[in-house]
Design a binder for this molecule. Sequence first.
Ligand code: NAP
Length: 686
Amino acid sequence: MPKLGNYVSGNWITGDGEGQPLYNAINGDPIAHASTKGIDFASLLDYGRKVGNPALRKMTFPERGRMLRALALYLKEPARLEKFYQVSTFTGATRVDSWIDLEGGIGNLFSYASLRRKLPNETFCLDGEGLPLGKAGTFMGQHILVPKEGVAIHINAFNFPVWGMLEKIAVNLLAGVPAVVKPATVTSYLTEAVVREIIASGILPDGALQLVCGSAGDLLDHVTAQDTVTFTGSATTGLLLKSHPRILGENTSFTMEADSLNCLVLGEDVDPSMPEWDLFIKELRKEMTVKAGQKCTAVRRIFVPENKMEDTWKALTKALSQTLIGNPANEKVRMGPLAGGAQREEVRAQVRKLLTSSQILYGSPDSVEVIDADAVKGAFLSPLLLMNEKPFDHEEPHTVEAFGPVSTLMPYKGAEEAIALANKGKGSLCSSIVTADPAIARKYVLGAATHHGRILILNNECAKESTGHGSPLPLLVHGGPGRAGGGEEMGGLRGVKHYMQRVAIQGSPSMITALTNSYQPHARQTVEDKHPFRKYFEELTVGDTVITHKRTVTEADIVNFGNLSWDHFYAHTDHTSLEGTLFEKPVAHGYFILSAAAGLFVDPGKGPVLLNYGLEECRFLKPVYAGTTIGVKLTCKEKVEQEKKEEKDLPRGIVKWYVDVYDDTGESVAVATILTMVQKRSTIKI
Ligand code: NAP
């Protein structure tokens, strides 16, 4: 029997002893052993900190992002992917289930790779705006985020052996922190197969990813304050690990994604004649049967208006009876077995607890009809639809999670009850409401938001494109309050910040500008003879400034701009309408001031500036009347690398410019950040 490899300190090693046997979920055949016995967990963590961490933290965000993209493309190569699909069948997954785990996970790498465009060409990033801290403009504060010096330790659940790993490492790698992955042992053979390819690709720097398949041993005894532990699994294990003395003693960041009693609510407006009804039933069937219900986000509680109970169970029973269960190798099969016999026993035990206050409407915990498989040898279980008619009187449906194809149907009366029931889950990853009525949706969302990490409002308008109740998305928060663990694993840049240390830096604007390479108002400006528009991307330095000549705004300017733009708003055109307004006289259009500013700061000749790319922030601070003289200071604020999309594209970058338009008193009348695309010198043929 093969023994799974552990990738530790740059080597593939197998643990001592026989290890834990792992089985094929479809027929119970043993497939491998897993052991971590003999692994020196202290030096494993040290290797991550001393080898992986420095290599990643010296890379810039764009470099880390491109690394993730390269990895995603590598794993997605058809022959390689197909190999993963083959291994994935041992977990009992259908092709669709495997797609979620494999391609969903790879999709996460792509999404996080794309986030590099929202991050600077630096190894660290700013967090929020600079804050002026003195009246004279010589002292300010700015938060920055730097990668922590430790490792990210991911202790994962068994249900998504690949997605569970990739959803997390995508985030810590973009942040510049290496990972140690400990998948749940029962399905770790699939994680191992993928990690073998990742390591073989050579795309990640040494030490960026280590893997242990089997017991976590004394891993947590060696964590430090610079490490981050993320846990996905049951609340019981989560609590045990969260209260580990070393984690408490070192104040190691620990996040948890645990049991979640997610719910789906049928809006009071929906009846069986509406398209939303079919969506509701379809979504429920999907939630109960995809991955055989072994999804952290799966719907465990179904709330319907009491007069729709019968219609619901009839329709859902019909839909479930049409779901073929069996060996996923058979194309007709829509639901495979659970991940293993132990998992099936665990679900049955939880169902017994649920049945103390609920009754079965569909299915049996003890028997199930399957195709091309042996229902007993394989970890097969029938979908189980339960009903609890008094959901306010019983706690089990809101506290007992059966991690399989099990959901409980419950009635409610009125929106307040639906909200109260949803919130009885004491914090869930996600909830959905199916409704076509915005008033119902608003009431539900605002009432249930405190207890959920994500809420889907499903109706006919969004159904075609909807990613569904159960799909966490890389750029949206995945995690939930309370019982769900309080984690926020993905969520786009929110997730990245989790692996970084936030520090408030204070000093003069010039000092903060020099440190961050991002121009801060009141910082020193460099004025040279050469106009910054005549400089190539590489030649520009943050702080390069042009102070323009001046222009007096005239009544004719205001009238002409109104005619040109067709903006005849009364404040620009009608002297008689200004009483009681903020204006004493017809005021110049804000967009005219900005256009006039461009007229002043632009260097008109053909040069490295290729085009105007847009505007990020703009404020009109003071009215400009005819007779006011304006001038502009244009300062290079930030330089953003831009990758070529096609080989023939000109190498270029985006330059952000701080535009300060001031009047004859020296006060700013408008400020803006404008963006230009600037050519790189490397393109010039000499
Ligand atoms: P589990 O038994 O709690 O195990 C989770 C992970 O913790 C596994 O890797 C497990 O390793 C490890 N572990 C267990 N005891 C440990 C210890 N003393 N020290 C260090 N690590 C330890 O959960 P599971 O059965 O794999 O997953 C099912 C549960 O996960 C369900 O309750 C489900 O709700 C939850 N889940 C939640 C989410 C979410 O996002 N909220 C996602 C998926 C699953 P071994 O496998 O080696 O024991």
